[in-house]
Write a protein that binds this ligand. Structure first.
Ligand code: ZN
Length: 202
């Protein structure tokens, strides 16, 4: 008899991000927004085919309901996140296939605007809430992370081969999927990520 667990397989999270804008080398002025008290405007864009657009409001509501707790969990309880129309950062759910990214514009060494586009379609796959949540956390992490030794293009240079729920700033991210259930994706920033976000230690 074959155990159902044998059906588990590792799924590479290919909708890793593109970091436009951006961030390299290290910012000359530290971001002024704080991972300890972050506010996010999460909204639905008008892109995508009719089928995907019809999915976006529910995805938005599911993510919005879960994001404050997800941020607290991801930051080991050191960060708070609230949803506000007038947030620190705009996060748009885009119903087209594409590479999710944080885009930052700066002027005179200072970041003047930031926006995250989260694509809900990856190739032919319609991404599930856990994958989208990991993407949102990852892109938010890019506001602060990651620079310097051991990083490449905003991510850690090495790529883990095994699934771990800890460590959100890899590219690509590894999620774990089982047939018939939602994928499980990384959900907690590692200590070195929290250090870059200035959330190390209570
Ligand atoms: Zn990234």
């Amino acid at each position: 008899m074959v155990k159902a667990a044998a059906l588990a397989f590792a799924l590479i999270f290919t909708s890793s991000c593109g970091l436009i804008g951006s961030l390299r080398p290290a910012p000359t002025i530290a971001p002024l927004i704080s991972a300890a008290f972050l506010s996010v405007h999460l909204f639905v864009g008008d892109q995508g085919d009719a089928q995907e657009r019809s999915r976006l409001p529910d995805l938005r509501d599911a993510l919005a309901a879960a994001l404050p707790n997800a941020w607290a969990t991801a930051t080991a309880g050191r960060g708070q996140l609230s949803l506000r129309t007038d947030g620190d950062i705009d996060v748009e759910l885009d119903g087209t296939n594409g590479t999710s990214a944080l885009t930052q514009h700066s002027s005179g060494g200072k970041v003047t605007s930031r926006k995250i586009a989260v694509h809900t379609v990856d190739g032919s796959r319609h991404l599930a809430v856990p994958e989208l949540m990991a993407t949102v956390l990852h892109e938010l992490g890019h506001i602060w992370c990651c620079f310097g030794p051991g990083t490449k293009d905003g991510h850690w240079a090495e790529t883990p081969t095994d699934f771990s729920s800890v460590g959100l700033m890899y590219s690509p991210m590894n999620c774990r999927a089982s047939r018939g259930s939602d994928p499980i994706c990384p959900s907690v920033f590692s200590e070195r990520e929290l250090a870059e976000m200035r959330l190390n230690g209570p």
